[in-house]
Design a protein around this ligand. Sequence first.
Ligand SMILES: [Zn+2]
Length: 440
Amino acid sequence: MSQLQERYNKLITPEVKKKEGLWGGSEKQEENVNLISKAVDIILEQAILERASDIHFEPVKGSLRVRFRIDGILNIVLNIEEPNGSVIVRRLKVMAAVQLDTAATQGSQDGRFKQKMGVSEYDFRLASFPTVLGEKIVVRVLNSNFSAYDLPKLGFDEKNLAMIKKMLQLKNGLLLVCGPTGSGKTTSLYSMLKQINTPAINVMTLEDPVEYQIDGMNQCDIKAKSKFHFADGLKAVLRQDPDIILVGEIRDGETAEIASRAAITGHLVFSSVHANSTIGTVVRLINMGLEAYLVSYALVGIVAQRLVRRICPQCRVSYKLSAEQAEIWRQYFTEGGSQGPKPIEYSGSSAVPLTDIMSYKGLGCPSCRMTGYAGRIGLYEVLMFNEELRQAILSGQSTVDLKKISVKNGTVLLATDAVKKVLAGLTTLEEVYPILIEPS
Ligand SMILES: [Zn+2]
């Protein structure tokens, strides 16, 4: 039984459950409200304790199922019998100030609320969705721990970190972070801004949504507080005498163009793009309709990233690869091919049979809830633009050639960073496997 289920059962005992009308009726209302809000409190508190990023409240037959997303994976943590489930959902909706009458809204709703826990205050974002069994609610726990936005702690190796710090000293240019949803792009962007945010400069942001409010920055939530799209908002931001601009995401050619023009006219512009790799981002921008000369002269750097689970340090063990696993590895230890160079430290060492390479895993212990993993670490590919790459983009060279140029100039490919982190015992082969096989 999960810790949350135990806590909940202590609060809502069979005796409490039997009391008629406790949850739904109007009698003893004060006591009801108290119990309901306590139940909600322990769910939110447990989510923070277990570092959940999202809490799912899902109607299943006869009850409400609660799942926490921890390190990217959903776990069932609580079952609440009806009618208690509906009452808890109602309480959450009151807190987030959204419409209670589902029939009247006919669709999904968004809301936010703050909750004090001990000395800290946390931000939560609520989204509802009508399913055939009733309303499903997802509560996102917004990162209220500002120390989490610490560039050196995100998992960049020394060389990548040095490249990023160098780019952050530039006065103008476009710096992009790419990766799929949930790959930690916002955390990287905030961490970069935190490094350079001082009272001497004007930082303006356009976000969807603002995930964390940072002192000294002028942040605009384009969905909640304005009728802006990124492109309109960006035009307004440019009239605000900015030094540094963060545009949450470049989704279209117009935004890409305004951001690029801002970057070549004396602003340092940060944004994110949905693309798999650094060179993939260049291609994506060109496909959006951005002229090659803008891509090559506005961009100063691109960071491609993924998040993988980190092996629990309490129960980590090393093991020898099986023949099957060694086969998967084999292709990542050979030179050449479209994937580019492989981990330099190991690629030439034919003296070491692959089956003798040690890998690591977590056996599972109480401190990692028997999963073998604790927290997550980023995998990165950092591309810093130089004249050779600019000329290659301008002359319309193929993506294979652009990739070769970037590797020659010091970019460590995502797959390579993944393999390195497996060999260093930070994560497992299973975690990075989807990244190794994805088309680049
Ligand atoms: Zn463990």
